[in-house]
Design a protein around this ligand. Sequence first.
Ligand code: VGL
Ligand code: ZN
Length: 205
Amino acid sequence: MPAYDPTTALLVIDVQNDFADPSGSLYVRTGEQIVTLINAEVARARAVGATVVYTQDWHPAVTPHFQKDGGVWPVHCVQDTWGAEFHPDLTVIGPVVRKGSNGEDGYSGFTMRDPVIGATVPTGLADLLAEAGATHLVICGLATDYCVKSTALDGREGGYPVTVLDDKIRAVDLQAGDGDRAVEEMLRAGVLLDRAESMTGQPSD
Ligand code: VGL
Ligand code: ZN
């Protein structure tokens, strides 16, 4: 397990009903299984004064992110709906960064793409981390092949050492193997994988 200290930020990515509940509109298979594991990680981080930050996919009802409006996704995580709420079992004790609020597209917790001008705009996460004095990132949540990957890669570009918690992420896998390819891409970018050596069983993959 990663060594937390006050300069570490644990980023909990999009553990929301539409992704983590089997009846969610963009359910990520077995997503509900990571909630308890993440809670334990949050407790470990908090115990030593690390920062814990949560992200939420937070779309308006109409956005080019959705298939019906020209994008690729079913309607999900619409602001102030059940699907956008955190999974009810998730321990939320820290600041929340919402992305997509004004119809922006993209997956990273750090940046979004403005749908009108096409420019990349910050979400506020980088400022929040700087203010908290966080210089190392540990990332878990949903989904491996989209928001986890983009956030990890942006973190590396921003100069942070990044560790991704391999047993506390799950992939959409629109195409079989997307999750595995996302992990390979993160590794190539210098992301460290935490293989949960504290677990007693053999890894399932
Ligand atoms: C995500 C697809 C669409 C994610 C968000 O949180 O990984 N994936 N919107
Ligand atoms: Zn989305």
